[in-house]
Design a binder for this molecule. Structure first.
Ligand code: GDP
Ligand code: MG
Length: 439
């Protein structure tokens, strides 16, 4: 799946700024990955161009390496493209809200209609009526009736000897007479776009004036989904998407294509054949899936961990040579936060791992936060050379960090003790203590 990205990660090393070359390597891999996920190639092309432009000016954040930085930008951009998490039905303030389901045959219109009606029925927020506008196949009407029965929602149908438009007209009348406030029109699909179908749908649309036209998109479809979606959108101006069959193992790149072509939000996703298998859309999850990002994130974490160890070793080296500053100490606090616990960090610091088990974590954590705030309130000069801290400076720092002068003194005390201890250890290690990296 994301073998490609995995390799790219390994190949890209080094820190600092994004170089054009590193970025290009990574972007090539991202491009391939998106194509493998079945994102339309035209969409991919535009996307990569945009990312390139965006990423070029960017600094590499924190401890990420350039490759990870690119992936982060790519991920954020995909989430952005996929749009908002919360895209509800366009309910009318007054009167009957009408929702029209459209899409190719087999994409899941009928199933989704019933799933959506079920949610409304269960929440008791709406009184939904399902309408069988797929009048071509008798089986289609039966399917909807069976589903309606299972969720306790009435299904309106004129049978197969009618035109879909007539069914829609009669259904609206019926809904008004029987106090339904939401009408879901389950329309017919074809295996391919054809003019007769489009005309039928356009006629229904112009009569009913639906509040939502939801295009169902099968997450498993490949490149040609783009043509399908643009045809539907051109003819009907759809207002939302329902992505079905996300329970399958496709990466679902088609969602990105359709979303960027129509610009309309994904309102629901289908996660299985059962009536309850309906969810709202989670753009970040979808982005992970399209990028094969589950693996990527764990790679980022691994890389991060490795860098923390490197940084800790560097600090340890400085400590032992006696050039340990408050900036080093601050960096340790910050790493500690990332690591989640003091015990974990201590395991990484030579000479400290033996104490790792003997700490009151909560108390230590509290102290840590205070200490961090204190150092952050100091000037760069004070951090490099804490000896200049006199009463007035201490006062300023205590005020700035919301602590007391006693807290500041305690921190400086800790710092001095640590520095001395480290220096002694450093002297010892010259006499043959185990090498840092092994601890
Ligand atoms: P329609 O022709 O667009 O009305 O499609 P249907 O609603 O009849 O669905 C076609 C097939 O896809 C049926 O077998 C459904 O059970 C199945 N289906 C629909 N939605 C999903 C889904 O989210 N996941 C899975 N696995 N199957 C689905
Ligand atoms: Mg159907």
């Amino acid at each position: 799946l994301s073998d490609r990205l995995t390799k790219a990660f390994k190949n890209i090393t080094g820190k600092g700024k994004l170089t054009e070359k590193n970025m290009n390597d990574m972007l090539r891999e991202v491009r391939m990955s998106l194509l493998e996920a079945d994102v339309n190639y035209g969409v991919v092309k535009d996307f990569i161009a945009r990312i390139k432009e965006k990423a070029l000016g960017e600094e590499v954040l924190g401890s990420l390496n350039p490759g990870q930085m690119v992936v982060k930008i790519v991920h954020d951009e995909i989430v952005d493209l996929l749009g908002s998490e919360d895209a509800p039905i366009n309910y009318k303030a007054n009167g009957i809200t009408t929702i029209m389901m459209v899409g190719l045959q087999g994409t899941g219109k009928t199933t989704a209609s019933a799933k959506i009606a079920n949610v409304m029925q269960k929440k008791q927020t709406r009184k939904p009526l399902l309408v069988a506008c797929d009048v071509v196949r008798p089986a289609a009407i039966e399917q909807l009736k069976t589903l309606g029965k299972s969720i306790g929602v009435e299904v309106f149908s004129l049978g197969i000897e009618t035109k879909a438009l007539d069914t829609a007209k009669a259904a609206m009348e019926y809904a008004r007479e029987h106090g339904y406030d939401t009408v879901l029109l389950d329309t017919a699909g074809r295996l391919h776009i054809d003019d007769a179908l489009m005309q039928e749908l356009a006629d229904i649309k112009s009569f009913v004036q639906p509040d939502d036209i939801l295009l169902t998109v099968d997450a498993m479809t490949g490149q040609d989904i783009v043509n399908v979606a643009s045809s539907f959108h051109e003819q009907l101006q759809v207002s939302g998407l329902v992505v079905t069959k996300l329970d399958g193992d496709s990466r679902g790149g088609g969602v990105l294509s359709v979303r960027s072509i129509t610009g309309v939000p994904v309102k629901f996703v289908g996660l299985g054949e059962k009536i309850e298998d309906l969810d709202v859309f989670h753009p970040s999850r979808m982005a992970d899936r399209i990028l094969g990002m589950g693996d990527i994130m764990s790679l980022v974490e691994q890389a991060q961990e490795k860098m923390d160890i490197e940084a800790a070793n560097k600090t340890a080296n400085r400590m032992m040579s006696g050039t340990f500053t408050l900036n080093d100490m601050l960096m340790q606090f910050q790493q500690m936060k990332k690591m989640g616990s003091l015990g974990n960090l201590m395991k990484m610091i030579p000479g400290m791992n033996q104490f790792a088990g003997q700490i009151d974590e909560a108390k230590a954590d509290d102290k840590m936060k205070k200490n961090e705030a204190i150092i952050l309130s100091m000037t760069p000069e004070e951090r490099e050379n804490p000896d200049i801290m006199r009463a007035s400076r201490k006062n300023r720092v205590a005020n700035g960090s919301g602590t007391t002068v006693a807290d500041v003194n305690r921190l400086l005390n800790d710092y001095n003790k640590m520095k001395t201890m480290m220096k002694q250890m450093g002297n010892l290690s010259k006499g043959g203590m185990p090498a840092m990296g092994n601890m």
